[in-house]
Design a protein around this ligand. Structure first.
Ligand code: HEC
Length: 292
């Protein structure tokens, strides 16, 4: 056979072998991002339907309700462009409505890789559209849109997001903890104005969202210093603690998923191994939040 043709055949064979991974539809990859993000659970009420809004977000400023992110044209994001959805996820600007409430952790999603956001949006567009008008916050929320804008000005520092997500385990773990699974969002205390306290990164808090304690997950004796990687992975994939108790409340929600949707349990185990590897490397912080 002619050498050129032989080379061409080899290239073709190699392409056929590697192509399926790349040709995986964006929405399929986005499904994994959705699971890694705990099913974007705030956007689903306990009884579902997935993404149709109504998930309760208790904050010191009142109870917020996640918005409808299904492709319904009237009440969801069906008519939003990809750019508009991307801005809502990463910059806290929800189309014409303007600044989002800090209950939407856009300041963490801001670091989500371009590829991952694009895939996530592709997945959201495959959710069954549900007509369900958004609910306004309960409980005398003093922060109106103007307040949200002010908060955003004070506390949001736009950050450059990578084009693609990191793949080296510890670096990927950091990326997931800070920007996709946002463990940091619940496990880090906030100031009185609701701004995350970076000096207490992942150190837990006694009165977390919803009133319950959120454990310290730094490698300190008051945190999870004694846990090995398997212990951490088991919590994230099965919601089970080393003493065989099940995690409760908000943590159970992100592991299980809301309203029959996806949760941490549906994401690849190797990603949770990366998270476990990263958690060993964060600064240990002395903060006892539970009676142990
Ligand atoms: C929506 C809020 C929320 C998010 C997001 C969240 N957690 Fe939690 N987590 C909690 C709460 C609340 C508990 C306590 C559950 C309980 O009391 O049973 C908890 C418990 C845990 C525990 C058990 C610790 C112990 O000492 O019992 C670990 C480990 C943990 N989370 C790790 C993570 C990791 C890693 C992530 C990100 C991949 C994460 N969490 C994301 C709220 C959250």
């Amino acid at each position: 056979m002619h050498a050129v043709m032989q080379t061409a055949l080899w290239v073709l064979a190699l392409w056929a072998l590697t192509a399926p991974a790349r040709a995986e539809p964006a929405a399929e990859r986005g499904r994994v991002i959705f699971a890694l993000a705990g099913g974007c659970g705030c956007h689903t009420a306990k009884e579902g339907p997935v993404g149709a809004g109504g998930g309760k977000i208790p904050t010191p400023f009142g109870t917020f309700f996640g918005s409808n992110i299904t492709p319904d044209p009237d009440t969801g994001v069906g008519l939003w462009s990809d750019d508009e959805i991307r801005a809502a996820i990463r910059t806290g600007i929800a189309g014409k409505k303007g600044a989002e409430s800090p209950a939407m952790p856009y300041y963490y999603y801001a670091g989500m890789a371009d590829d991952d956001v694009a895939d996530l949006i592709a997945y959201l567009r495959t959710l069954p559209p549900v007509r369900r008008p958004n609910q306004s916050p309960d409980g005398g929320v003093p922060l109106a849109r103007v307040g949200f804008r002010l908060w955003r000005m004070l506390f949001f520092r736009p950050q450059p997001a990578p084009a693609t997500a990191p793949t080296a385990p510890t670096e990927r773990g950091r990326y997931l903890v800070d920007h996709v699974a946002i463990c940091v969002d619940c496990h880090t205390p906030r100031s009185l104005l609701g701004a995350p306290d970076r000096s207490m990164y992942l150190a837990g808090l006694k009165h977390g969202p919803g009133g319950g304690a959120v454990p310290n997950i730094t490698p300190h004796a008051t945190g999870i210093a004694e846990w090995d990687a398997d212990d951490i992975v088991t919590v994230l994939t099965r919601g089970m603690l080393p003493n065989f108790d099940n995690v409760q409340g908000l943590m159970a929600d992100v592991v299980e998923g809301h309203g029959g949707g996806l949760g941490y349990k549906d994401a690849p185990e190797r990603d949770w191994r990366a998270v476990a590897a990263y958690l060993r490397t964060v600064p240990p912080i002395d903060n006892k939040v539970k009676g142990k």
